[in-house]
Design a protein around this ligand. Sequence first.
Ligand SMILES: [Zn+2]
Length: 85
Amino acid sequence: MPNCSSCGKYIQPTEVFRREMYVGTTRRVHYGKRISFGNSTHFRKQSVCISCAKSIDDANESTGTRTKVFLLIVAIVIVLYFALT
Ligand SMILES: [Zn+2]
């Protein structure tokens, strides 16, 4: 019986979606010649319901849009810089 990894709701077998989900951070300490710290984040394919799959997709999409807007602003600033000098 699949349950949603995000909201815990029971999912119909026909509505199981697989999405990459953040499952945690591992902190590692290396005791070598120097002590160093390493963090690694883990993503795992989880079974989620349709509404959670949609919200994960929306979140991924908005991150992409924000990056595009940022690049556009940078491009405009560069163009203005050369236009004004
Ligand atoms: Zn869910």
